[in-house]
Ligand binder design. Structure first.
Ligand SMILES: CC(C)(COP(=O)(O)OP(=O)(O)OC[C@H]1O[C@@H](n2cnc3c(N)ncnc32)[C@H](O)[C@@H]1OP(=O)(O)O)[C@@H](O)C(=O)NCCC(=O)NCCS
Length: 439
């Protein structure tokens, strides 16, 4: 029973715990469906013994903060930013407006929106020395490694960023980071290809400018197909926040030391780089290529059911229903393929989805397509190599990371992140110096 229903039934919103070691009973208040771990700490066998703690590797059932940024109901397939359904934002808004919403908590007025777009647009340039150190990476450097390093390095260009208690200062760094991320991502991409870096074009929209920095060659002005720019904008919106996922937790954890936001976001990029987090769409693409033709699908599905394969892009820790983002990405697929021609892997993906959604194995386990099932196909159609997929995710996630960081800094209940451990090693050994041990 939740505390709300308990209150409605006239019962106390509390949990009574009996410690069988001592026979003592404790009444722990339940607030917002949680008990405080610190209240458990009061349960102890003696005053000089440590209090009871919770063992929760991966924080699967531990709330680390209060947050008003993003709401997810995994059972129902609901995702909302600041209360607005993702479907409406993807269809009717744009990435910069969504970024404003995430950061400020409310939609902008016309004047606020124009000022925001102006600010972001005029901070897209990076210090010329950034170009210098980006050239220093090896020719085959992974663009995520380059992005992580260059975002971290921005903290040295803006030492004032460590003044995190000043709201105007925080605003400045938020604007800078959202503005510069596409520049850094595009330059990492160009570096791998040995192509010159393209400076931002302030006459273009956020997404058009990004495409220009990625793909422009000798033309005076890069004109992206508006349908492709729109599809990429929608993908950025869909990735903009996802409450306390691994990278956001990294940003909050590092940010809780009160370091500058560039260092905190660099930590988030590091977390996103990992294959369990940002790398799944690349795995989907590899899987589709391996399947090769529709005829091979039944054998592949059998392999999945026998436990020899995993259907990448299916299943989610939180969503036990169709991932709402996957539906929207499917729609963006149609728009992109209208311009680029259909990716032959799409047919295999659609057939796989059809079979899986009807198969008892997947139905029983509530396995539905997630955000990564179709996004790799779009990115490939837009000419991105697989290493760039996670960079695109990072650019989209930046406003979310910053909104969560900004919330953390102002949250009076937050402390430096410092989990407990259950110590399993030796104790009180006597050290024998090397010359005696090796004698
Ligand atoms: C996302 C993911 C890691 C979630 O994992 P989780 O919440 O820990 O779920 P579990 O691994 O406990 O899965 C529950 C059951 O479904 C099965 N399952 C989960 N995802 C599966 C998949 N993609 N293909 C086949 N079986 C899958 C598991 O084998 C398990 O079956 P069992 O009960 O018979 O042992 C997992 O679904 C997965 O690996 N998906 C593929 C990778 C992916 O697309 N990641 C991107 C996430 S956005």
């Amino acid at each position: 029973m939740t505390d709300v229903s308990a209150a409605a039934a006239g019962q106390a919103a509390s949990l009574t715990v009996r410690d069988n070691r001592t026979g003592t009973e404790y009444d722990l208040p339940i607030v917002d469906g949680t008990i405080k771990a610190a209240d458990l700490g009061k349960i102890r066998t003696a005053d000089d013994e440590p209090g009871l703690a919770v063992y929760d590797p991966g924080f699967v059932n531990t709330a680390s903060c209060r947050s008003a940024v993003t709401y997810i109901d995994g059972e129902k397939g609901i995702l909302e930013y600041r209360g607005y359904p993702i479907e409406q934002l993807a269809e009717k808004s744009n990435f910069l407006e969504v970024a404003y919403l995430l950061i400020h908590g409310e939609l902008p007025t016309k004047a606020e929106y124009e000022a925001w777009v102006h600010e972001i647009t005029y901070h897209t340039f990076v210090h010329e020395n950034v170009k210098g150190f980006m050239h220093g990476f090896r020719y085959d450097a992974h663009p995520m490694g380059m992005l992580m390093a260059s975002v971290g390095a921005l903290s040295t260009f803006y030492p004032d960023a460590r003044n995190i208690d000043d709201p105007d200062n925080r605003h400045m760094q938020i604007v800078r980071m959202i503005a510069k991320m596409p520049t850094l991502g595009a330059w990492a991409f160009r570096h791998a290809q040995g192509k010159p870096f393209i400076y931002p074009d302030n006459e273009l929209s956020y997404t058009e400018n990004f495409l220009s920095m990625l793909f422009r060659m000798s033309e005076q002005k890069f004109a992206a197909d508006p349908r492709l720019a729109k599809a990429l904008d929608v993908l950025l919106i869909l990735h903009a926040d996802h409450e306390q996922n691994c990278s956001t937790n990294a940003v909050r954890s590092v940010g809780s030391s009160q370091v500058d936001p560039y260092s905190a976001v660099a930590a988030g990029i590091g977390a996103l780089y990992g294959p369990l987090h940002g790398g799944a769409n690349e795995a989907v693409l590899r899987m589709l290529k391996r399947i090769g033709t529709k005829e091979n699908i039944p054998a592949f599905i059998e392999g999945v059911k026998n436990g020899n394969e995993r259907l990448m892009g299916f299943g989610h820790r939180v969503y036990k229903n169709y991932d709402p983002r996957a539906k929207l990405i499917k729609k963006a697929c149609d728009d992109v393929f209208e311009v680029t021609g259909v990716n032959p892997l799409l047919e295999i993906a659609q057939e796989l989805e059809k079979i899986a959604l009807e198969d008892e194995y997947f139905v029983k386990r509530k396995l539905y397509p997630n955000v990564d099932f179709y996004s790799g196909l779009i990115y490939e159609a837009l000419q991105f190599p697989p290493e760039m997929f996670t960079v695109l995710f990072a650019i989209g996630r930046t406003p979310g990371w910053l909104a969560q960081w900004n919330e953390l800094i102002q949250d009076k209940e937050q402390k430096i992140a410092r989990p407990k451990q259950i110590y399993t090693g030796d104790r009180t050994l006597t050290f024998v110096p090397a010359e005696e041990r090796w004698a």
